[in-house]
Design a protein around this ligand. Structure first.
Ligand code: G3H
Ligand code: 13P
Ligand code: NA
Ligand code: ZN
Length: 328
């Protein structure tokens, strides 16, 4: 059944686990997530970015997720708008039937200018007011995703701060977070701790100076009852990079967020963990392998099947690793 995200996050907090939130754009990704959830008895958060809605079309996305809900009636499913860049986008998602929205007021509507605190407060507060009347959950963001190695904003997927950033922008301030939660009354708070979107997060396996789990602990200490959200949380598995390279792909050396760091964060209030890139890598590796090993094949079902299977394996692993399994 379609449920509110608040309900799932409250249960996760009471029982000390995290929930991966997977981005979806097409049929095979939706199926992979649902099969993984069914096999591990996990609740599901599926999220669609503005780019996903543009790629698939709003109607297709809505009914793909609806098909998932109907096909797995015993699994709770949240349909979440990822990175809504304005109250209007959030309103559109709610009208479409989403049970949860993210108002990302850390950046202005252009998706690249860092917003003033007052702007973020204003847009987030407005979305909370609109959404809560309808039983829809709201995620906000304070701080800006970006790299503590380069002091650059998150640019890889087209949205992210321009220019050089300060450490104050790259790491969410616990006192300001407390004020933000109090003034907006949001349900979940996305924080900045040195992660960024996409495959190129870190040039080496991250240590505490470039991936600040200690900042999460400080925020959690100040806000023990607030559900925290980690964006840019793909782990970028080295074996998937190796598979992509083996079958003709060109990917530079890179590192993601280690699963054990996420597991530590889950002990300190992180309840929603956003993952898109790992599914992209898994599907691309499987398709490259299939194409490389079967050059005469041309039926899309034949290469999308292993791609869907590879995505499902990633989802199953994360459901197990984050303690989500068994909680549907
Ligand atoms: O926010 C980042 C997600 O990975 C979505 O990416 O905007 O390319 O759909 P996207
Ligand atoms: P990744 O690019 O690390 O998968 O992050 C996805 C994300 O944060 C979507 O909002
Ligand atoms: Na989100
Ligand atoms: Zn994100």
């Amino acid at each position: 059944a379609l449920v509110s995200m608040r309900q799932l996050l409250d249960h996760a907090a009471e029982n000390g686990y995290g929930i991966p939130a997977f981005n979806v754009n097409n049929l095979e990704q939706v199926q992979a997530i649902m099969e993984a959830a069914a096999e591990t008895d996990s609740p599901v958060i599926m999220q669609a970015s503005a780019g996903a809605r543009k790629y698939a079309g709003e109607g297709f996305l809505k009914y793909l997720i609806q098909a998932a809900v109907e096909s797995y009636p015993h699994i709770p499913v949240v349909m979440h708008q990822d990175h809504g860049q304005s109250p209007a986008i959030c309103k559109g998602a709610i009208d479409l039937g989403f049970s949860s929205v993210m108002m990302d007021g850390s950046l202005k509507e252009d998706g690249k200018t860092i917003a003033e605190y007052e702007y973020n407060l204003d847009v987030t507060r407005r979305v909370v007011e609109m959404a809560h009347k309808l039983g829809v959950t709201v995620e906000g963001e304070l701080g800006c995703l970006g790299s503590l190695e380069t002091m650059k904003g998150d640019k890889e997927d087209g949205h992210g701060a321009e220019g050089t950033m300060t450490i104050e922008q790259l790491l969410t301030d616990p006192e300001q977070a407390a004020d933000f939660v109090r003034q907006t009354q949001l349900d979940a708070l996305a924080i900045a701790i040195g992660t960024s979107h996409g495959a190129y997060k870190f040039t080496r396996k991250p240590t505490g100076d470039i991936l600040s789990i200690s900042r999460i602990k400080e925020i959690h200490k100040r806000l023990p009852n607030t559900h925290l959200v980690m964006h840019g949380s793909s782990s970028v598995p080295q074996d998937l990079l190796a598979e992509i390279r083996e079958f003709g792909g060109d990917m530079k050396e890179t590192y993601g967020v280690p699963v054990e760091e996420i597991q530590e964060a889950i002990k300190f209030g992180v309840r929603k963990v956003n993952i898109d890139t790992d599914i992209r890598l898994a599907m691309t590796g499987a398709i490259r392998r299939y194409m490389g090993e079967n050059p005469s094949k041309f039926d899309p079902r034949e290469y999308l099947k292993p791609a869907r299977e590879a995505a499902k394996q990633i989802c199953k692993q994360r459901y197990e690793q984050f303690g989500t399994a068994g909680n549907a």
